[in-house]
Design a protein around this ligand. Structure first.
Ligand SMILES: NC(=O)c1ccc[n+]([C@@H]2O[C@H](COP(=O)([O-])OP(=O)(O)OC[C@H]3O[C@@H](n4cnc5c(N)ncnc54)[C@H](OP(=O)(O)O)[C@@H]3O)[C@@H](O)[C@H]2O)c1
Length: 225
């Protein structure tokens, strides 16, 4: 294992140089690093939102832009880029607007570069899990202001956070996501998108099949009850 901070150019460069020096090539890049930022949009500072994008979105860009020339110019060319998005990259929830923004951005970026990279034999794959019982909740940022009882959103944020914690305690295990990634990169013709877990599948189904007003009611009820 090599230490790597995806928000730091020199750290990314050094890690990739080490890999290329030792192995001579990179076959697969899994952009997995990320964290959650909780709080009502109005209560989040621009700096908190920028930091969220710096890791979840620009981190992916930084590492991918360094890896692409290595994959593109290798003998026989090609490689696989796996971007770990989220069901919230397709279906947003309240209280995690900035997080959803980063994952929607990953979705758009991935689909766009898939066209550009296909002629070079580089595949792009999106992984879209529902809640996972990882360290995600521990690693998430919940700014003080977002929990301030004076905030007009404090009740919503509190209820959503409690619900989300519970949901993560009873969620699928990270191994299930890892298995999906291994399966995707081992297949000759992988899908472009992989939803992981029943929650993600049924949420997307509901979003597609219900008028938005009804869907919004359902999500609001599930968050606030
Ligand atoms: N958990 C969920 O419910 C869920 C659902 C859908 C999608 N996802 C996505 O799944 C991915 C993995 O999250 P997780 O659930 O496994 O959460 P996690 O247990 O908190 O793992 C996050 C990982 O990201 C790494 N990381 C954070 N900032 C980094 C940086 N600047 N440079 C390098 N590594 C960094 C962390 O490394 P350190 O431990 O060294 O800090 C940690 O290994 C994320 O992209 C997340 O958005 C999670």
């Amino acid at each position: 294992m090599i230490q790597l901070d995806i928000t730091d150019d020199s750290s990314v460069k050094a890690a990739l140089e080490k890999i290329v020096l030792e192995k001579g090539r990179i076959d697969v890049l899994v952009n997995n690093a990320g964290y959650g930022l909780f709080g009502a949009f109005e209560d989040l500072s621009l700096d908190e939102i920028k930091a969220q994008f710096e890791t979840n979105f620009f981190g992916v860009i930084r590492v991918t832009q360094h890896v692409l020339p290595i994959m593109r110019t290798r003998q026989n060319g090609g490689g696989i880029i796996v971007n770990v998005s989220s069901i919230n990259g397709l279906v947003p929830f309240p209280v995690i607007s900035a997080y959803c923004g980063t994952k929607f951005a990953i979705e758009g970026l991935s689909e766009s570069i898939a066209y550009e990279l296909e002629p070079f034999g580089i595949k792009v794959i999106l992984i879209e899990p529902g809640p996972i019982g990882s360290n995600f909740m521990k690693g998430s940022v919940l700014p003080k202001r977002a929990l301030d009882p004076q905030s007009p959103y404090s009740e919503l944020v509190q209820k959503f956070t409690v619900k989300t914690r519970l949901q993560h305690e009873n969620a699928i295990q990270p191994e299930e996501v890892a298995k999906t990634i291994v399966q995707a990169i081992s297949t000759e013709k992988p899908e472009f998108r992989y939803l992981v877990g029943k929650f993600a599948v049924s949420l997307l189904e509901a979003r597609k099949n219900m008028p938005f007003s009804e869907f919004q009611k359902m999500i609001t009820q599930s968050v606030t009850q």
